[in-house]
Design a binder for this molecule. Structure first.
Ligand code: ADP
Length: 369
């Protein structure tokens, strides 16, 4: 489902010109989070970017609270810092923000940071949670002045609710139907000026896309988290964990936790590079952060389909996974690190993928690269 923005809206028309009223830090193919939550294979994956149950209390502790604690994503931070300072000095609500990026890259974290930096209250919900109009109108009518309302997976909001939300976003007004049938009346209510932060496919406003993190940024995140957890880790140890975290802070933090357990039991509590390597190989997370499913996906293309191209539907059937899960959860990282190409005719394993598995491509396959 897409977020529909009425072409007559103020936002849209302003955005068509030079100036755009809304800040759009991008959010995610959030369907992937829902997908992961419903898919037992994904839930069990240690390198899954989607939150798993025991992540939540732990993530709360590690979550940066202020913008200067948020590591990496320099462009996003700069844009936000300016917008936040401007809104604060004018005493106004910050423009609406859209965050776009794969799960685990820090969208929820950024949303809470924005509220903290603005010193306003923060409320969080998600598209799939809001089922009936009353759920959303209750939230909107109870908003506090200038507060932040974060709606994750906003593209999964039902169309009727989308309409209500967008009318509140555009002019801080809410139309409520009172009664039914011929006697029904529409009553327009004011909503307090607020900042909406949503996760969606980009449609309007300034777009700030969260990218996968570099190993260096992830290393800093791991060291910071280790510090909060009171775990001793050296730089090579932190880098080892970082480089196997698929560019994703959530995975880095999860791996750190598991390596800490290993270090405590087998290595006197200190995490250095050999300890991290031993722990991660025990957990079967290889040097690229691949797990069994990634390996199976690439090897299927290489061995069963001579390197591709192979359609995503076929891959899904062979791997017994949903096509959406392949597209939104497994592939983005494999594409990002150059192991997989998406072509109109299907997926192709690249030379790097062959090298990773120590397989020599034949002539026909080499000609694809
Ligand atoms: P999303 O909402 O995009 O799925 P979260 O904001 O929940 O991701 O981030 C997952 C975890 O990763 C957070 O608990 C936080 O500890 C960590 N994290 C994400 N981004 C950063 C960052 N830039 N710096 C430090 N930690 C981060």
């Amino acid at each position: 489902m897409q977020v529909q923005i009425n072409t007559n809206t103020k936002n849209k028309s302003n955005c068509d010109g030079q100036e755009c009223p809304s800040h759009t830090v991008t959010v995610l193919p959030s369907a992937s989070v829902a997908l992961a939550k419903n898919n037992p294979n994904l839930k069990d994956r240690i390198v899954s970017a989607a939150p798993v149950e025991d992540d939540s209390s732990f993530e709360l502790k590690l979550r940066p609270q202020r913008l200067n604690e948020f590591i990496g994503q320099a462009k996003v931070k700069e844009n936000l810092a300016v917008a936040i300072e401007a809104a604060r000095s004018r005493g106004e609500a910050l423009d609406h923000v859209l965050l776009y990026g794969p799960p685990g890259l820090g969208k929820t974290t950024l949303a809470t940071i924005i509220a903290n930096e603005l010193a306003v209250s923060f409320q969080q919900t998600s598209g799939p949670t809001l089922q009936i109009k009353g759920d959303l109108t209750a939230i909107l009518t109870n908003l506090r002045d200038r507060q932040v309302l974060f709606i994750d997976e906003v593209h999964r909001l039902q169309p009727a609710l989308e309409e209500i939300l967008y009318s509140a976003l555009e002019d801080y007004k809410l139309d409520i139907m009172i009664g039914q049938g011929p006697s029904a009346r529409t009553h327009t209510m004011d909503v307090k000026p607020f900042t909406f932060i949503g996760a969606t496919t980009p449609r309007f406003g300034l777009l700030l896309r969260l990218e996968f993190y570099s190993n260096e940024d992830l290393r800093v995140i791991v060291e910071r988290s280790a510090d909060i957890m009171g775990v001793s880790i050296d730089r090579p140890g932190a880098l080892e964990i970082a480089s196997r975290s698929r560019g994703t802070p959530r995975i880095a933090n999860r791996l750190l936790r598991r390596v800490r357990d290993y270090a405590q039991v087998r290595a006197g509590g200190n995490i250095d590079q050999p300890t991290a390597q031993a722990a991660l190989s025990m957990l079967e997370v290889d040097r690229h952060g691949f797990d069994e499913i990634d390996r199976k996906l690439l090897l299927t293309i290489i061995e069963k389909y001579q390197g591709g191209p192979v359609g995503v539907g076929t891959l899904a059937a062979v791997l017994a996974e949903e096509a959406d899960a392949i597209e939104e959860i497994y592939e983005p990282f494999l594409i990002q690190i150059g192991f997989l190409n998406r072509t109109p005719r299907g997926r192709i394993a690249t030379q790097l993928a062959y090298e990773h598995f120590g397989i020599t491509p034949n002539r026909r396959q080499s000609s694809l690269f």
